[in-house]
Design a protein around this ligand. Structure first.
Ligand code: FAD
Length: 313
């Protein structure tokens, strides 16, 4: 069976859920080989084995953590030259997409970004043109490099005991052009990261600036909080939480839009969500064209009632 490289997304050895999703997808295409960059591979091993990694290639060269993405692309190129994978899967976040693009140039390979599904072939599914079309694509040149959006697959366990192979890489001076001098961890909210969350509760102009009911409902569900641009532009919620064309693209299992009209630019960031629920006091709001479930009502009444019901269970 052919090897499929999966770049591990982790924070000091704590593996992010997106990697479990990538490993699950990789098993449809061949044998998953995890590439772990940085420190903490031993901490990551149980999670990588749980989702079927047959081998873990550990890259500990300090240049890989001290500089921005260029050395990582060079390192992956060297791993790919040795392993000759049939595909390379990377998480669709800002860093992942930049690594993927640089790697595609180095390997002279086709690249697909933001896949919402990947099946044998590999055939990918993406949402394009601000979400107006869904397309299926296949890379026809070189080693397929695919970045996959969070929640594209439900992680399925397949226990393995992967061996760790240390892999030495040589990083060129040309790749060491932007050095990291300081890095701060993301502000801890206690909520899941927006682009990785299985459930998101978003608020818009209809909140009138009071995100209390949005946050309380989100917390009752263990969800992340999102916001429309109208809410962000009004200074009610930080831009990091904006969903849409000029914000984050999300694809959770459940997306709740409260006090959001459903403008095309907002839809572009959330319409591949598996189930969409809207709370809006206007029965004619365009968001209702998109939803699986809709509640016509004042979010300041509907959400606290829903929160109370969820908390009771
Ligand atoms: P509105 O459109 O004002 O809708 C508010 C809704 O709340 C209404 O439907 C109203 O009926 C309802 N409401 C009011 N009070 C209540 C209540 N008490 N209870 C329940 N419902 C209530 N927008 C984004 O979101 N993300 C983007 O990334 C983005 N990028 C853009 C990029 C460009 C280039 C442009 C031009 C626009 C972009 N926009 C984006 C803006 C977008 O066009 C809309 O203006 C924006 O999404 C509207 O936000 P909203 O739905 O919160 O506000």
């Amino acid at each position: 069976m052919s090897n499929v490289l999966v770049l591990v997304d982790h924070s000091a050895g704590t593996v992010r859920k997106t990697t479990a999703e990538l490993l699950t997808i990789a098993r449809r295409l061949g044998e998953p080989v995890a590439v772990f960059i940085g420190d903490g591979v031993q901490d990551a091993l149980p999670a990588l084995g749980q989702y079927g990694a047959t081998k873990v290639i550990a890259l500990t060269n300090p240049d890989l953590s001290q500089y921005l993405v260029a050395p990582k692309a060079e390192a992956l190129q060297q791993v790919a030259a040795k392993i000759e994978p049939s595909a390379i899967l990377i998480s669709s976040n800002a860093e992942g997409k930049e690594i993927a693009a640089r790697l595609a140039v180095k390997l002279d390979s086709g690249l697909i970004t933001d896949a919402v599904d990947v099946q044998a072939g590999p055939v990918t599914t993406q949402s394009v043109f601000a979400g107006n079309f869904t397309v299926q694509s296949k890379i026809t040149h070189g080693t397929p490099i695919i970045t996959v959006k969070p929640n594209a697959a439900t992680p399925e366990a397949a226990e393995t005991s992967p061996e760790v192979e240390e892999f030495d890489v040589t990083i060129s001076d040309a790749a060491k052009t932007a050095r990291i001098t300081d890095s701060k961890p993301r502000e801890a909210t206690g909520r899941p990261e927006l682009t990785e969350a299985a459930i998101i509760v978003s608020g818009g102009r209809g909140t009138g600036g009071d995100f209390g009911p949005i946050e309380a409902f989100a917390d009752s569900l263990g969800a992340a909080v999102g916001a429309s641009r109208a809410a962000v532009d009004s200074g009610w919620y930080p831009h990091a939480y904006q969903v849409g064309q000029t914000g984050k693209t999300v694809s959770p299992q459940l997306y709740v839009a409260a006090g959001i009209s459903g403008a095309i630019q907002h839809r572009a960031g959330m319409q591949t969500s598996k189930t969409i629920v809207a709370v809006n006091k206007d029965p004619e709001a365009p968001i209702f064209e998109l939803v699986d479930f809709g509640v016509v009502g004042d979010l300041h009444k509907v959400l606290p009632t829903a929160t109370e019901e969820v908390t009771k269970r």
